[in-house]
Design a protein around this ligand. Structure first.
Ligand code: GLP
Length: 245
């Protein structure tokens, strides 16, 4: 794993956007694995800025997102579909028919997961997978558990995740209890992985996930086994690893 220390959130966002830009420039028809959450918002903003300057072309890019809440329609402001449209897809020249997320409106979990696996396989795998890190070490919505789940599956969100994500909803009761997420095998199959982390509230989990034992109880710890992971994190997020990096 390579660690890139950023001064703050903005610096992290620019560094990450540079890495994604390099991928798009070097392979214009690449497949990007994309993430939601607060962490990548600045990165998407920077990519849009460079696109507006004429430095980036997304016309041949395909995207597959990590996850989606089960039960939220696409026009719900808290759906990840809505988030991606708002933050990136509607602002660049990406072909919308080449942007994929699990279908949160499909009530039959087996059907939704099977369909998303087929999509991921049909695009030929992910060149660069962007990841955020949950406070409990989750990646996508792969919550801590007793085993690593392989491919797309339906998860019941942990109390901690529901609490962390309720800031985006009117109340805790409005946070969906389930989500569809890419599995660990799919995430680990990406050629390159880029993890973004910001803020002191993530400092403990950064140390645990990347320097602790590899265990499904800290999902992100599996990334230690991938051979091309770049972690771009700000000083606050790395503040408890200064003796290790
Ligand atoms: C969410 C998402 C993850 C995201 C993580 C961290 O629940 N499912 O993909 O990486 O939690 O979110 P944030 O960046 O807002 O801290």
């Amino acid at each position: 794993m390579k660690f890139y220390k950023a001064k703050d959130y903005n610096d992290m966002s620019r560094k990450a956007a540079n890495i994604i830009s390099a991928q798009v420039i070097m392979k214009p028809d690449c497949v990007l694995g994309l993430a939601t959450g607060s962490t990548p918002i600045g990165t998407y903003k920077q990519l849009v800025e460079w696109y507006n300057k004429g430095d980036l072309d997304f016309s041949k890019v395909t995207t597959v997102n990590l996850d989606e809440y089960k039960g939220l329609p696409k026009d719900n402001e808290q759906s990840y579909y809505y988030f991606m449209n708002e933050n990136l897809f509607s602002k660049v020249n990406i072909d919308k028919s080449r942007t994929f997320l699990p279908d949160g409106t499909e009530a039959d979990s087996d059907k939704a997961c099977k369909k998303y696996n087929e999509i991921i396989h049909s695009v030929g795998g992910v060149d660069l997978q962007l990841l955020g890190l949950g406070h409990n070490g989750h990646i996508g919505f792969n919550e801590p558990g007793i085993a690593f789940e392989k491919e797309t599956h339906c998860v019941t969100l942990s109390e901690r995740t529901i609490k962390a994500n309720m800031r985006f909803f009117l109340s805790e009761n409005d946070v969906p209890r389930q989500a569809y997420t890419m599995g660990i095998k799919t995430i680990m199959s990406a050629h390159k992985i880029l993890v973004l982390i910001s803020g002191e509230d993530k400092a403990d989990i950064v140390r645990e996930a990347f320097f602790g034992p590899i265990t499904p109880q800290v999902t992100a710890s599996i990334l230690q086994l991938h051979n091309d992971v770049s972690v771009v994190a700000d000083e606050a997020a790395l503040s408890k690893c200064t003796d290790l990096i």
